[in-house]
Design a protein around this ligand. Structure first.
Ligand code: ADP
Length: 472
């Protein structure tokens, strides 16, 4: 089932609350008015009873029943209140009873010492009356008095007041619902504007932004936040597009070289040595392509968050020593000096050993690639504060200050022709930087063109893993 719009729901809530407020307010007013009017009636009945009391008192200290009957009848026979009066002595002897009450006897609860006056509403001959029954004491004698007054005015006023309420309440509700709906539409109009512009945005116009609101409220915060999110999505999207374009470009070069080599070899019949030479070229390019594809895959996996490292305490000294033999051979082949200074003390870091080997291989590979013979490469491990500092230093070509800020970018190479010749696509340092970040470390570079470069990786030291207890 389709849900109601926020505007309509707000209006309905508003209506419900308004109706409830009207009921409470109207009902309260009606009851207050009723209470007030009956209070006035009760006061006038009270005054009448007081008058009667004075009358009985004026008849002497111990009046006889007959003198009382006479006195009260004379005073009340022609009086308006006399129409609805019943007076008896304590023994139940009748002092006065109006013809009306004789015709319409009314039974009211007996007043007692805690409630000397009882008030009740009764309807007689379709007319409303307010009755009171009370015990009065005159000169030590108790009398029971029943007196009534017609309350047509009170009931009329109350029913008119009720009619006004019932007449105006729906009108007010109607006005309130119209006003409420208009207000909610007005308040939510910017949401429609946001929805409208958000619908226009797709992959082809990610540079578009939602309509800027200047309402200074939650809706402006919402549109600003969405715009900031769009900005982040756009730059991520651009990075991916750029990465795809650069990757395709990088892949095209070795593949076209392989193709050219194969075409040239097949164009004329050649001797075995020439075919071998062509195949060697093809193999070299294929190897480079494999390395490139592995680097691209690794970066793609790190971007998508699927490249997970298996972190555990790693002893850095051993990891680095394990790399030395291989790089010593490279040094010999390239006629470079290779030295190391690995601290004797054990350094542990939380890390993935294979990833750390890869990180230092990238740095050492660069150091050897960009250092010409005669030259030197040095690998060192020492403690700097709470970190293990691993430095790969070379006496190679160095990097200008300008390029130092860019060499960690993907596909960035200082000297494109030279770098490619050495086998790099400009991805090594991007991967190294990602690996360092995964280990919560940092990487710094110091370099001078013509003098050499020094890459320093700092990794937070961790405690040595607890050794398994030796069996006794
Ligand atoms: P590549 O695979 O091309 O070496 P990297 O990302 O590892 O890619 O390095 C980016 C660029 O930084 C290199 O092309 C090179 O120009 C420069 N560079 C990296 N390491 C060194 C170094 N030790 N000495 C001089 N230049 C370096």
């Amino acid at each position: 089932m389709r849900k109601l719009s926020i505007g309509l729901r707000l209006t309905l809530w508003y209506l419900a609350i308004f109706a409830l407020a009207q009921i409470i307010f109207g009902g309260g007013m009606w009851f207050t008015l009723r209470h007030h009017l009956y209070h006035l009636v009760d006061n006038s009945l009270q005054d009448q009873v007081d008058d009667l009391k004075n009358l009985i008192q004026s008849l002497g200290k111990d009046p006889t029943l007959a003198s009382m009957q006479r006195g009260v009848t004379e005073a009340y026979a022609l009086e308006h209140f006399g129409n609805y009066l019943d007076v008896r002595t304590e023994n139940g002897d009748l002092v006065y009873r109006s013809a009306f009450l004789q015709e319409h006897p009314v039974t009211l609860p007996q007043p007692d010492s805690t409630h000397p006056a009882v008030f009740k509403n009764r309807k007689l001959e379709h007319r409303p009356f307010r009755f009171t029954r009370r015990r009065i004491e005159v000169n030590g004698h108790i009398y029971s008095v029943e007196m009534a007054v017609p309350t047509d005015d009170v009931t009329k006023t109350l029913s008119e007041f009720r009619s006004y309420l019932l007449m105006f309440a729906p009108l007010l509700l109607l006005l309130a619902s119209g006003g409420g709906y208009w207000l909610s539409r007005r308040a939510l109009a910017p949401v429609d504007a946001i929805v409208g512009s958000a619908r226009q945005i797709s992959g082809t116009n990610l540079n578009s932004r939602l309509q800027k609101l200047n309402t200074g409220d939650e809706l402006q915060r919402l549109s600003d936040t969405l715009n900031e999110m769009l900005e982040r999505i756009e730059s991520a999207f651009l990075r991916v597009t750029q990465f795809t374009a650069d990757a395709s470009h990088e892949l095209r070069t070795p593949i076209s070289l392989i193709r050219t080599d194969a075409e040239l070899a097949l164009r004329h019949p050649r001797d075995e040595a020439e075919y071998k030479e062509s195949l060697r070229h093809i193999l070299k390019e294929a190897e480079r392509t494999t390395v490139l594809i592995e680097e691209l895959l690794s970066l793609a996996r790190s971007d998508s968050g699927r490249e997970t490292l298996n972190m555990h305490p790693v002893q850095l000294n051993d990891t680095l020593r394990g790399l030395l033999d291989g790089w010593r051979q490279v040094a010999t082949i390239r006629n470079l000096q290779f030295s190391d200074s690995i601290h004797a003390q054990d350094f542990f870091v939380m890390g993935d050993e294979a990833a750390l080997r890869r990180l230092f291989d990238i740095l050492l590979d660069n150091a050897f690639k960009y250092t010409a013979s005669p030259g030197s490469v040095r690998l060192s491990l020492e403690q700097k504060g709470g970190n293990a500092a691993i430095t790969v230093q070379d006496s190679g070509v160095g990097i200008s200050t300008e390029d130092q800020g860019r060499i960690f970018e993907r596909f960035y190479r200082v000297d494109k022709a030279r770098s490619r010749d050495q086998g790099g696509a400009g991805l090594g340092l991007s991967i190294a930087q990602w690996l360092v970040a995964q280990h919560r470390g940092s990487i710094e570079l110091e370099s001078r063109p013509g003098e050499g470069s020094s890459f320093r990786v700092s990794l937070p030291l961790s405690t040595a893993p607890a050794r398994n207890p030796q069996p006794a």
